[in-house]
Write a protein that binds this ligand. Sequence first.
Ligand code: ATP
Length: 927
Amino acid sequence: MVAVDGQEIMQGSSPREEKIFVSVRLRPLNQKEISRNDVSDWECIDDNTIIYRNNLSVSERSMYPAAYTFDRVFRCDCSTRQVYEEGAKKVALSVVSGINASVFAYGQTSSGKTFTMSGITEYSMADIYSYIEKHKEREFLLKFSAIEIYNESVRDLLSTDSTPLRFLDDPERGTIVEKLTEETLKDWSHFRELLSVCEAQRQLGETCLNEASSRSHQILRLTIESSAREFLGNDNSSTLAATVNFVDLAGSERASQSLSAGARLKEGCHIIAGRNGHIPFRDSKLTRILQSSLGGNARTSIICTMSPARSHVEQTRNTLLFASCAKEVATNAQVNVVMSDKALVKHLQRELARLESELRHPGLASVSSDSALKKEIAELSVQRDLAQSEVQDLHRLVVDHKTSTISVDACSDYPKLRVRGSWELKVPILDTQNQADNEYVDVGIIPFDSCQYSDQHSRSDSDGHMIHIPDFEENSLLFNPSSQFSIQLSHSRRNSICPEDIGEYTDENSEDFCREVRCIETEKPNSNCHGNDAMSSVEEKEGISDYIVVKEGDEEKEKSGSPTLEETRQLDSVPQDYVEPSFEKPYSLIQEKELPIPRSFKLIRSKSCESGLVNISFPIEEMEMNHSTALLRYDKEYSGRPQGCRRKFPLLKYGYRENLPGSGSHNSPEDSMDNELQAEIIQTVEKCDSSMTSASEIEESIAQQEDQPGQHGVHDIKSNVIAPTKHVKDVGLDPIEDDAEGSLEWLSHFKNLQKQIVKLWKECNVSLVHRSYFFLLFKGCDPTDSIYMEVELRRLLFLRNKSASCNQALEDGQASTAASSIQDLCRERQMLTKQLQKKLSRKDREMLFQAWGISSNMKHRSSQLAHRLWSNTEDMDHMAESAKIVAKLVGFVQPEEASKEMFGLNFTPRRSSTKLRKWKSTMMSFL
Ligand SMILES: Nc1ncnc2c1ncn2[C@@H]1O[C@H](COP(=O)(O)OP(=O)(O)OP(=O)(O)O)[C@@H](O)[C@H]1O
């Protein structure tokens, strides 16, 4: 039970999937159809069923159903308002409570997609503004953007520049478009006007694209950030952030009819290409955009529009088939909570208290059930993420605080409304001080460095070093929250790995098995740029000095004659007063006071550079809106960082604070803020450290937990997990003297860890791809590797011990027997065998065979080689060679270019359910 807007709303017991809401809208026969004596063949017999009225021939009867059932079907006399209220409102308004949403229209040309979507968009915007108006106690930040996809080119509809944009996978927001213009406007009608102005200007500049634009996919996007107090009790500094997409797809018939249609041939190919006639994810821009809507972190509503005319029966059947497929797709929407540093520090403090108490009473923390095991895995992922975030944040903290802030006048009508520009261009800095005082929040600008989007994309690694990423696609991969397998994927695609060959590694899988981990790192390309100068220069460069503050919705909601949204004139009038929607099953939907409440929160790092990185997925029902109880529950779920991580903070070790800009003798107000915040964090860290200094205490605690039947042989390894405690801590406190000695010590510790990890990989049948990537990535050059090594070791131990005790290891909440992991390994070796044949020339293969002692008279030599890879865990050279070969075959990104942070928790790729995969494939084949 949680409270929203003063009301308590029932929650599900845990995060669970939710099906896409699918409705069908039948339009009336149009003049053209009437004039050629076309007849209407379809009839909605009730709110959920549409039937084909014409008699089906015997052969047709076996091929086509006569009746189709959906969440809702709308007869041809239904108004767009009704379609909105009953088919899209709940989904669209999810955005105000921090849940991503997508509403899209699908159907053949002239079936009424634009007619429907323009209305849906209008009504949604009106309701969103009404909601904001009624909830002045909450702060809202709204930003609009619009894109068009045609022929695999993405164009910014809010820009007069027709240069195609590129995609970027953003860990927090999914697929976004590079340099996309985002506008904060005072109301929706202004956005429409802006769109039409831009469109008109583009038309003046170029005529050829206009024809294309009428057949493009159009996506309007609204991103809302809002205060999260309603959801997180008294937490003033965390925010909710979500996006709603309104997608007006181009005519669905293109996939089947466009092959001969000249100019559309290219797009048709893009859409229907694929080995099995379906599009694997990421093969098209559209599918990438829709990816999260089809099984991701978003609520989705699809409205399938259809003509009733007999002459269109074939297309209409296709549309209905698509709609039937869509019904099967499940999404997993969560509230997206962006935490500030302050909130993070508080959580760490609570975590510390909890850990201390756990250490004192280890018995209480012992894992005793399956659900506890699942929690343990989730916990580990959180711990790992936290450790990473600490390292990164401490590095950036002072620099980020130097970022200048500007104040934007809050309008009197929306006193809590914050305004900011493009995501890519400006990042808000939450002024936690002000927020605490419940005052207006400044808006900060982090300069955007356009050079970072050139061919030499740059980002900083956790040590603040620049990493050059040569290719944009690769850049996007690095930012992908999906774990290591995402990286292989894109490369695999480029290298023509057949998805069937590596079923386990397909995108949808990586997405699936990473969902729980939610490794969302926020190394934005622009995060390297700070400072006023750069900011102002960017403002000049980008011409982004204007801000429009959203005012109360007292402006008349004009109906502009926007060429892109011409049907708005036909809408029912936009309501001035918010009307409580009445939703019925299967969506027992939101009332205005019962906004959709997700089953879980997703905590992400604030876009504010000063904010902490936390990626936590936990059930909302575990949180209570009452602050005090929320903390208790939160603590329960949120169990802190691994011991290893807790002890390794580059900030302490390298004393880099002294070297950071602004941390010298100048004590500006920002500095004191920095210092205050740093001090708080350091205090937490040190407290944390001191609480864990007693290695024997920890060992004892672990020993107590592990001294159970079936858990054997862990003590030797365990001692190594604990060993670095002193080392890192000491080095941290005494950075200079201990350096040389520390390095040696670290190196031997690293080797030790590596040996044990390698052994356990074999024992646990861990994926070869994972082993290779890990092996290549963590070479012991960087002491912070210990975080990852220890987390890896701990997880492996956990897996091994659990599988030893119950012969069943739990991965991502799914049972995986030893037999299935062996099977996975076999499949992986088969994939590598195929890759050996595909990727390597005969000559290269021959050389490899020779090097690996596979003589020419042996049969199935590639397979033999694949089976020898990673077979000898004693020989470092063998493993290094194995890793290199696997990397080459699978197409890793260069390890040195890869982000360690993206290293996920999963050992072996988990296959998503065949059913879901099948549906996704079918779904995409329609688009
Ligand atoms: N439910 C409806 N009631 C009345 N008229 C409709 C309805 N749906 C569509 N129309 C009319 O049908 C025509 C085509 O509609 P619309 O442009 O929305 O189709 P579309 O599917 O977007 O086509 P395209 O894919 O070619 O852009 C328009 O003139 C529109 O006014």
